[in-house]
Design a protein. Sequence first.
Length: 119
Amino acid sequence: MGLLRGVARTAVVAGTATAVSNRVSRRQAGRWAAQEDEQAAQQQAYADQAAYQQQLAAQQQLAQQQAYQQQVAQQQAAAPAGQPMDAKLTQLKTLADLKASGVLTDAEFEQQKAAILAG
């Protein structure tokens, strides 16, 4: 009878220890999953913010280019017929300033320069 009681007690203790161990493992796995989800959400938020800033920068650059094109069109319309070379030089200087400030790329600069010299 004493041997049976000892075996039964050992089985109960081992079963309880296994149950507690499994519960602890599940809780820990749940915590890790929650941390991973939180990190993924933060990374997505950073990526969304970076994409928004890139889009905003592109819109600003487009607005600057459009303003430049309007300025060139106004200068061409306002240029007196007797001084076409002075008007072209003024436009080329403005164009060079825009390129130096980073508003225009090299290709855009060359395209606008050719248009000014041809006109």
